[in-house]
Design a protein around this ligand. Structure first.
Ligand code: PLP
Length: 453
């Protein structure tokens, strides 16, 4: 490794010279934070300053930083068997697939990849091929929601419903349609939350019918839109979506990339609702992001349709060289053990509720239009005016985030600059956060918002 030591100026210079960052534009005035170490919920940068990571990286370090056990699990596996392709098999993948069934509480077969995007790509191909296998040859289309995010690769980006991430890369993959999400905060006046959620679900059925039932392969959605602004549906919405999918022979793919592994206060986000997905995709919290790993869980009876090898094209013709790497699987198993042993799934709900109730007084603040929670995911929607609900200006949103950072707290925001929705502040700290960590989040954020804003 280059010995940059702790010379932050040199590191920043080299960073700007050689590294292309995700999303964040190049800015000399606002250089990136260069992290050097982390422990628990706290990250230390190259200057020795400490920050509470109120976003768990990118909603992913569920068990917190600095877990020696995870490093050891990967190290031991690397010494024993560092790699073997899953065109054949190995023990850590088998053990993890079994463990995931336990976590899912149902009968699924697991396909491993490396990222959330790839897990969704696999799901789309499985859904299309499944429909072919059962003789439904025209069923190739997908329905997703505006404001939802499903990844950065062409297929998963096609499913994404955020214009700002897409418009420079279009045309994307064909066959992806979008409907509005159940954003109850912005429901029409005079409509109850239940009526509005039913109406939103109905747009899915209407789209299926208008497009031609026999052309529809699957619906994909997060149980709760997280990165798109913490949009929490009413129970009735997902019940109805499930009914519609079943009625029309359309598969239901639930994207648990953020909501999975305790983030929602249950094992998986959809466990908070009555849905039984046909396919579940997962990544991030699966390894708490210590190593890349993702999974596409497919209901057993769907998998059975892939066993027809009569023309040698029955099986799933999809290879992922690194997917299910033995060290990543061994680490994931240990990660799940930590979540279980430390009751972190339950803790997520307790911490989420604590932050949410501490924040509830902020509803009186002139900028706060709505506060929403799903487990340990909290969204605060900032508005210019509480009656019109016009989203607060991006400069305000960014200013609050920067001020929190200057006081040692990292928080996030949703984004769709093109559609004008970039006004939801997000909080998703590690599930292992201590009571003091949570108090720091609450106190710091309140002091910022009640200070100069
Ligand atoms: N799905 C959801 C809901 C996500 O939030 C993300 C990433 O943030 C993805 C999929 C894509 O995951 P990855 O960045 O690992 O490809």
């Amino acid at each position: 490794m280059l010995n940059l030591g702790t010379d932050s100026e040199l590191a920043i210079k080299k960073d700007q010279q050689y590294l292309w960052h995700n999303i964040t534009p190049y800015s000399e005035a606002n250089p990136p934070m260069i992290a050097t170490s982390a422990s628990g919920s706290w990250v230390t940068d190259i200057n020795g300053d400490k920050f509470l990571d109120g976003m768990s990286g990118l909603w992913c370090v569920n068990v917190g930083y600095g877990r020696k056990e995870l490093a050891e699990a990967a190290y031991n596996q690397l010494l024993t068997l560092p790699y073997f392709p899953l065109t054949q098999s190995h023990l850590p993948a088998i053990a993890l697939a079994e463990k995931l069934n336990e976590w899912l509480g149902d009968d699924y077969v697991i396909f491993f990849s490396n990222s959330g995007s790839e897990a969704n790509e696999a799901a789309f191909k499985m859904a299309r091929q499944y429909q072919q296998q059962i003789g439904q040859h025209y069923r190739h289309k997908f329905i997703a929601r505006y404001r939802g995010y499903h990844g950065s690769t062409l297929g998963s980006l096609s499913a994404t419903g955020q214009a700002q991430r897409k418009f420079k890369y279009e045309p994307l993959a064909g066959g992806f349609l979008h409907v509005a999400p159940p954003d109850s905060y912005r429901r029409p006046a005079g409509m109850t939350v239940e009526e509005f959620n039913l109406q939103c679900a109905q747009t899915i059925e209407d789209t299926i019918v208008w497009e031609g039932v026999e052309t529809m392969a699957a619906v994909i959605m997060e149980p709760v839109i997280t990165g798109g602004g913490v949009i929490v549906p009413h129970q009735i919405y997902l019940d109805r979506v499930q009914e519609i999918c079943t009625k029309h022979g359309v598969l239901l793919i639930i994207d648990e990339v953020i909501c999975g592994f305790g983030r929602s206060g249950r094992n998986f986000g959809h466990h908070n609702y009555n849905v039984k997905p046909d396919i579940v995709t997962m990544a991030k919290g699966l390894t708490s992001a210590y190593l890349p790993l993702s999974a596409t869980a497919v209901r057993k009876d769907i998998y059975e349709a892939f066993k027809d090898n009569s023309d040698d094209y029955g099986h799933f013709r999809h290879v992922n060289t690194f997917g299910g790497n033995p060290a990543a699987c061994a680490l994931a198993l240990r990660n799940l053990e930590i979540l279980e042993q430390e009751n972190l799934v339950e803790r997520a709900d307790i911490l989420g509720e604590r932050i949410y109730s501490e924040f509830s007084e902020l509803l009186d603040h002139k900028l706060v239009g709505d506060i929403r929670r799903f487990g340990l995911v909290i969204g605060i929607e900032l508005v210019e005016d509480k009656v019109s609900k016009k989203p607060a200006d991006l400069s305000i949103v960014k200013g609050i985030i920067a001020e929190c950072k200057s006081k040692g707290l990292i928080i996030g925001k949703n984004g769709d600059t093109v559609a004008g929705f970039n006004n939801v502040l997000t909080f998703a700290p590690p599930l292992s956060s201590t009571d003091e960590d949570v108090q720091f989040i609450v106190d710091t954020f309140k002091s910022v918002l009640n200070g100069s804003w």
